[in-house]
Write a protein that binds this ligand. Sequence first.
Ligand SMILES: Cc1ncc(COP(=O)(O)O)c(C=O)c1O
Length: 381
Amino acid sequence: MKDTLSLTWENRFASRADHMKSSAIRELLKLAELPDFISFAGGFPAPEFFPAKEIAATIDGICDSQSLQYGPTEGYRPLRELWAQRLGRKVEEVLITTGSQQALDLLGKVLVEPGSTVLVENPTYLAALQAWRVYGAKFHGTELDQDGLQVDKLPDQGQFLYTIPTFQNPSGATLSLERRHALIEWSERNQMPIIEDDPYGALRFDGEALPRLVDLDPHVVHLSTYSKTLAPSLRVGVLVGPAQLICKLVQAKQATDLHTSTLNQRIAFELDSNGYIEKHVQDLRRVYKERRDAMVAAVRKHFPPHTKMIVPQGGMFLWVTMDPDFNSVACLERCVAHKVAYVPGNNFHPYGVDLHTMRLNFSNTQPEMIEEGIRRIAEEL
Ligand SMILES: Cc1ncc(COP(=O)(O)O)c(C=O)c1O
């Protein structure tokens, strides 16, 4: 075909597109497909444990006209009812989203005014920062430690607080019970909304379960997902929050994707309501604990003796802190040449400082390969 039009797109992008950058992790994941590459970079579940047969059998039973037709923006009602019952709420307070990532984006669309400050943990989930930057958010990061967010260091102003209190991504830290109560008090004192993102809560393999923030205070906006307990490709997430907020989010979601795939919502509903997920998660907990143990042991064996780590009681990530003069970005380049990858800690900080930490994912690699991967990194340290 004759090329008569020479269009350049760059000068047509809206100014908000300036805030869109591809994530360092996604670029790295491309390399992880090379043979013999050991990637601790992505936040991937163990692929050997995807319940492919159960999902296929479920589809067989539900692939009817209801599953294939357009559905309500709020989500598949039985799935909303299941979550309403689970959290002791009304069905109007439950919205099904296309993964939790969509919930983060919709919250940004509805709540973030350009220039407003979102309070986050430092470090925090990279793709939440990415989602809200597009809407012009500024960030205030508050440090966390082994017991999660340092609540006493939180400021008293901001648009809302975003927290991942249980097996945090990236640090693996879990907010202690005492700090959970203190956080709710802080929120009441400052009239500050809390968004609790909880993709990993079901994946506890050590210690006692703690109440979710939403269990302590119904004003908390709670996000959950089937990505880590069933399969991320289904893209089914759940947002529980005040009906007034849900109404606005539904309007935002209508313009985004009309609704989340009904077929996928029904798969999640069937396998959740019949108790399958509860059993399946027990297998995941056992396997992830083995992998966590293998990684912690390998780091102790191969990394320098003063290396610090937060040993997570669940979830998928190990957060490692090296000497202050260590440069995890430069080290990653050497590691990639030796077919191993992690994510340098600076990616999880709103303003990119902190070069001496790294996030290592353990759920996606078998224990023998975990030891080998950690050994390869140690050689490059
Ligand atoms: C903290 C956190 N929030 C949200 C998500 C997105 O999950 P989903 O697959 O449900 O979009 C992830 C995925 O890794 C995550 O770690």
